[in-house]
Write a protein that binds this ligand. Structure first.
Ligand code: CP
Ligand code: NVA
Length: 313
């Protein structure tokens, strides 16, 4: 059984209808996982995972997910493969994609994953780039739906909602913008000066899907979800000291959560730095759903891998 070749390089690669299918499917796959009910549609399929940056959640969720679905995994890093010795991306893509069924890549520039995908015979998944982190937003939206919606009508609870983004205009922020544009909610973005989201990098034509706030507290007002991320993303470590100063007021605290709706959720893609981008009282508090959010990486990515390899079942 072979599917038309489809990659998942950014959130906008899928339609709203694809997401409705994926969330409903992820709920079923999660239910089976919890019941120890085997779900092995990917027997004899192999996933290659290429990590040019560190990972805990992405690696374990893809690796465990593929094994749980009956498949196998090959783990490559820059240092232990010819990727670190300047083999061209195009050549690597041609070779790797002749030997496996699916590739997940975590790397730096989005152009690298695009060049790989353009030369790949098999689907390529973005496991984080400097510009985007679509698998994380997939898990975040699924977590919101589980807590505030209904998996049989998964997109309904997202319409018209407000997501407050407090912090860096980074890969997560860009991906939230793409999701808002596609699924009909609004992102209230508050970043320090110099770290704003760039609409053209985010790739959203519609500037109605987000509003910019100088004050992070104002961005959180009446939000349905408050979310943040590290002040310094992987690859930007040289800017660490400058960022510590610039981001000092962009710490999600109890006052920000109090400004949001009373039933607002708090999310963080993790890893988190308590006392920097989030107060311990918030991330460890009653509105935080970060552990569900982390676990859901497993379930949504199993649905994603199944969709890319087998289509809608
Ligand atoms: N959230 C996330 O992608 O975590 P890792 O960096 O641990 O994979
Ligand atoms: N923005 C962070 C996310 C880590 C999961 C980074 O790119 O390092």
């Amino acid at each position: 059984m072979s599917q038309p070749l489809k990659h998942y390089l950014q959130f906008s690669d899928f339609t709203a209808d694809d997401y409705a299918y994926l969330f409903t499917r992820a709920a079923l796959i999660k239910q089976k996982f919890k019941a120890y009910d085997k779900h092995q549609p990917l027997t004899d399929r192999t996933l290659a995972m290429i990590f040019e940056k560190a990972s805990t959640r992405t690696r374990i969720s893809f690796e465990a997910g593929m094994y749980q679905m009956g498949g196998a995994v090959v783990h490559l890093t820059t240092g232990d493969s010819q990727l670190g010795r300047a083999e061209p991306i195009e050549d690597s893509a041609k070779v790797i994609s002749r030997m496996v069924d699916l590739v997940m890549i975590r790397t730096y520039e989005q152009t690298k994953i695009e060049r790989f995908a353009a030369n790949s015979r098999v689907p390529v998944i973005n496991g984080l780039t400097n510009e985007f982190h679509p698998c994380q937003i997939l898990a975040d939206l699924f977590t919101f739906i589980e807590h505030r919606g209904d998996v049989s009508q998964p997109l309904a609870c997202l319409k018209g909602k407000v997501v407050a983004w407090v912090g860096d205009g980074n890969n997560m922020a860009n991906t939230w913008l793409q999701a808002a544009d596609l699924l009909g909610f609004t992102v209230h973005v508050s970043t320090p000066g110099g770290y704003e989201v760039n609409q053209s990098v985010a790739g959203v034509a519609n500037n109605g899907c987000f509003k910019v706030f100088a004050d992070p507290l104002a961005a959180c007002k009446d939000a349905d979800l408050v979310t943040t991320d590290v002040w310094t993303s992987m690859g930007y470590e040289a800017e660490n000291e400058a960022r510590r100063t610039a981001f000092a007021a962009w710490c999600v605290d109890e006052a920000m959560m109090a400004a949001a709706k009373p039933d607002a959720l708090f999310m963080h893609c993790l890893p988190a730095h308590r006392g920097e981008e989030v107060q311990a009282a918030v991330i460890d508090g009653p509105q935080s759903v970060v552990w569900d959010e982390a676990e859901n990486r497993l379930h949504v990515q199993k649905a994603l891998m199944e969709l890319l390899l087998l289509g809608r079942l």
